[in-house]
Design a protein around this ligand. Structure first.
Ligand SMILES: Cc1ncc(COP(=O)(O)O)c(C=O)c1O
Length: 439
């Protein structure tokens, strides 16, 4: 077992427990008694308060596309700070970011900025309802669209028993505190089930304002859409005047410069962006067609917020988008991710562990010992060995590699990751699996 001191981190977490519920600022960060406390990050690495360094594949759940503390992005932020951060007026940086976003992202004619993915999806749903005059939304099991009340149903937090049958799935609420009336506004369907989608939408289209989808299911092991799934959503939305919302919060500026929309060639009427847009600084965006974005109207259709379009986020986004547009950062991520996916597949095969690796090199997931194959929806992923996955991932941590222990969350890669880091990760995985199997 490698040397891995933890006393400082444990002491720090005890302090956190005294002042913050569960010692964390987001429920997803709680790992029980061994919840990490991290004091700095640079490039592809994070360091905990004991000074242990980890190759970081969580990347703060995805935003850090270039690497932590990227000097070019930091400089852009530092340069803007002297001019203040919030003006409650339109400012040139915002305009520049909107122009870049429109150039990079197919289907985006107009942009409104927000601060987080949650805000972006919340606003997108309101715009869709205002545009159609309808109230219900279709979402897919296992897809997560943020902490707002309207979509916190049948996400990857849902136990299998609450989902109902495949033929008539239930919208299962994921938190106390969400008004029960909202459940009536959510139609939850099975990801990748084109027949079910077709049947339900053709029967109920007159109630449906929007179909919201993760184009690659970054909250359920990065499952890919089956051929025709996104295309069929597009077709039904066109036929019935429903707003298609492609939630690019994880895929945007990561899977391709123009996100999954560019990668698959299927445009939504609205797209939501956050995460990689600003390399970890808080900026999000709702982008879409002139027709649907034109629904926003002062005094009539409310979209905004005090911090929306803040200069720090906008400066970070301008620098990030320029780097993504002008360098081969995404190609490098793709190359290293391809090696890592293949290498992990070999390590697992050698260890005799059944597995399926899903997603794209920049964002991929591993399902261990799947009982239902191919793994293409949330129900399939639940029929796998998440406990074994967690044990292996936690055994990699003392070996200097940090991956999210929850199997639903993918490996995220950044441009700062080196080939040597990939090699070190494969060695750590190999050793961790031996330790777990041996124990
Ligand atoms: C697809 C998707 N949409 C929305 C969100 C919410 O974003 P945020 O955490 O910035 O509110 C997330 C967060 O992980 C996400 O993965």
């Amino acid at each position: 077992m490698p040397d891995h001191p933890t006393s400082q981190t444990q002491a720090m977490f005890q302090r956190a427990l005294k002042v913050m519920p569960y010692g964390v600022t987001s429920n997803f960060r709680y790992w029980g008694a061994d919840t990490p406390v991290v004091s700095r990050a640079q490039g592809a690495y994070v360091w905990d308060t004991d000074g242990n360094r980890y190759i970081d594949y969580r990347l703060s759940f995805g935003p850090v596309i270039l690497g932590h503390a990227d000097p070019r992005v930091n400089q852009a932020v530092a340069d803007t700070l002297a001019n203040g951060n919030l003006y409650a007026h339109t400012h040139p940086l915002e305009i520049e970011v909107a122009e870049r976003l429109i150039r990079m992202c197919p289907g985006v004619d107009k942009v409104r900025f927000a601060n987080s993915g949650t805000e972006a999806t919340m606003h997108a749903l309101r715009i869709a309802r205002a545009h159609t005059g309808r109230e219900k939304i279709v979402k897919f099991e296992g897809c997560y669209h943020g902490f707002q009340d309207y979509t916190l149903f049948s996400t990857s937090m849902t136990p299998g028993g609450s989902l109902g049958s495949r033929r008539s799935p239930l919208a299962a609420v994921n938190s106390s505190g969400i008004p029960s009336a909202l459940r009536d506004l959510v139609i939850s369907l099975v990801y990748n089930d084109i027949d079910l989608l077709d049947r339900v939408v053709r029967a109920r289209w007159h109630e449906i304002a929007a179909i919201i989808v993760e184009p690659i299911a970054g909250n359920m092991a990065s499952l890919m859409p089956v051929p025709g799934f996104l295309e069929h959503i597009r077709k039904l939305c066109d036929e019935y005047g429903i707003v298609m919302i492609v939630d690019e919060v994880k895929t945007g500026f990561r899977i391709a410069r123009g996100g999954a929309t560019e990668f698959f060639g299927v445009k939504g009427d609205l797209m939501t962006y956050a995460k990689s847009l600003a390399n970890g600084f808080p900026l999000a965006a709702i982008g879409g067609s002139d027709a649907v974005m034109g629904t926003i109207e002062p005094g009539r259709v409310a979209v905004g917020g005090t911090y929306c379009g803040n200069a720090v986020g906008a400066a970070a986004a301008r620098a990030t988008l320029d780097i993504l547009a002008e360098t081969d950062a995404l190609a490098q991520i793709h190359a290293r991710g391809t090696r890592l996916m293949q290498g992990l597949g070999e390590v697992l095969t050698e260890a005799g562990l059944e597995h399926e690796i899903t997603g794209q090199p920049a964002m991929f997931g591993i399902t261990l010992e799947p009982q239902e194959r191919p793994v293409r929806d949330y129900r399939n992923t639940l029929a796998s060995n998440g406990d074994l996955y967690e044990k292996i991932i936690l055994a990699m941590r003392p070996r200097g590699v940090e991956v999210e222990p929850d199997w639903r969350e993918p490996f995220f890669l950044c441009a700062a990751l080196s080939d040597a880091d990939v090699d070190a990760t494969l060695n750590a995985a190999n050793d961790a699996i031996k330790e777990v199997k041996g124990g």
